[in-house]
Design a protein around this ligand. Structure first.
Ligand code: G3P
Ligand code: MG
Length: 394
């Protein structure tokens, strides 16, 4: 494998290129390494060629996921070279519009893991759909949605309930949700969609209220009008309609949940309201800019360890030699390829999109690769991708 790579010895000067690897469909099928993936990562590690893992996956804290990935792929990884879908949400704790002390609702595959992630990011008041359900089970008139892995937590304030509240809610006396986040693929779509829709229809984020600005009729039919009434913003950590798991055909991802919610929202608002949402993750520029910063910092560490991090830039500053190219190796044209092709680097780094055949895209299913979805090259798998890139680098 090493001879194929055309790599001189360890002493090679700091590479002017690096890699960004998608995970699902490139390195792993869920928990199973894709053939060649461990060898490739070990090789890059041995030869000090920097790389990051850039995934739309999530639902576990970075430290937990990185430990799991290191064990599965047999390569030392750290949070320094790992970006998952919701990692950039950490930035919402600080700065203007900080949500640190606001009440945020989180959902995903495991409510308590999502809460723990956001608590670790620095959000102080984090609630889940299970907390709201436990506070008033009538909010969801079906069987309990699922055996909650750990008991829900009491809400910081009581739920507003028109039959009992004597005056319009105030944030001092009743629960007010200030923002909603989907961190990874939800499991309880019915409960989550009910509660998220309640909040999108609410007055200012008070569950149990109904904004007078939403003039849908009683059966959610042709009201047609919907105006923002300080409802809590809705954030998604990725828009993947499909992703590559162990089943031979792609599976629904968080983008499918978004589509289900958006379809219900159109119905409930009588078509009057576009589902207002913010989605990050690949292919969005925010995630690629965040990833490039993470890769740049990680690369400095790698080059420093090599002793090759001193470089006189044109501006006269001393730092790492410029990063010329990042080879983005992905399996999903809609996220990995489109994102790399569309990324405009703040440092003038060229992102080269490489599509593998081990994931979402396949020739047999005829996924069209046109426009922004057209990769620089299509190769069989991650090992072929790295060999192709190294040959290009000479
Ligand atoms: O939930 C994981 C899925 O959305 C795709 O993950 O690693 O292929 O970006 P990945
Ligand atoms: Mg993938």
């Amino acid at each position: 494998f090493k001879s194929d790579m055309g790599v001189r010895g360890r002493e090679r000067e700091p590479p002017a290129f690096a890699f960004a690897f998608d995970i699902d469909g490139v390195l792993l099928h869920v928990a199973k390494p894709i053939p060649g993936a461990p060898e490739v990562l070990k090789f890059l590690n041995d030869y000090n060629i920097p790389f990051i893992l850039l995934t739309n996956g999530g639902g576990k804290h970075e430290t937990e996921r990185v430990k799991d990935l290191s064990e599965r792929l047999g390569v030392p990884l750290s949070t320094d070279n790992f970006v998952q879908s919701h990692t950039p949400f950490r930035d919402l704790v600080e700065g203007p519009g900080s949500l640190r002390d606001k009440t945020v609702l989180v959902t995903g595959s495991d409510y308590e893991k999502c809460r723990a992630i956001f608590k670790e990011y620095g959000f102080k008041n984090v609630i889940t759909p299970a907390d709201i359900y436990a506070a008033d089970p009538t909010i969801f008139p079906f069987q309990p949605p699922h055996t909650f892995t750990t008991p829900p937590q009491p809400l910081p304030k009581p739920l507003y309930n028109e039959t009992t509240a004597t005056s319009p809610p105030s944030a001092d006396t009743h629960l007010k949700v200030d923002a909603m986040f989907v961190l990874n693929d939800p499991r309880d779509w019915a409960l989550d969609i009910q509660i998220i829709t309640d909040l999108l229809l609410s007055h200012a984020g008070f569950p149990g209220t109904y904004s007078p600005l939403n003039n849908t009729d009683s059966n959610g039919g042709g009201g047609g009008g919907w105006q923002q009434d300080n409802q809590p913003p809705l954030y998604f950590s990725n828009a993947d309609l499909l992703w590559s798991a162990n089943y031979p055909l792609p599976r629904f991802g968080q983008g499918a949940f978004q589509a289900a919610l958006a379809g219900l929202w159109a119905r409930v608002t009588g078509g009057g309201g576009e589902l207002r949402r913010t989605s990050i993750g690949k292919p969005y520029g925010e995630t690629y800019r965040f990833a490039e910063r993470v890769l740049g910092d990680h690369r400095q560490g790698v080059l420093k360890a090599m002793g090759g991090h001193q470089h006189q830039h044109q501006q006269g500053v001393v730092g790492s030699p410029p990063l010329g190219r990042v080879y983005m190796v992905g399996d999903n044209p809609e996220s990995d390829i489109a994102g790399a092709n569309g990324h405009v680097s703040e440092q003038g780094t060229e992102w080269v999109s490489v599509l593998v055949k081990t994931g979402v895209w396949s020739e047999s299913r005829g996924g069209r690769l046109e426009g922004g979805l057209k990769p620089k090259v299509v190769v069989d798998d991650v090992m072929a991708a790295v060999k192709w890139a190294l040959r290009k680098e000479g």
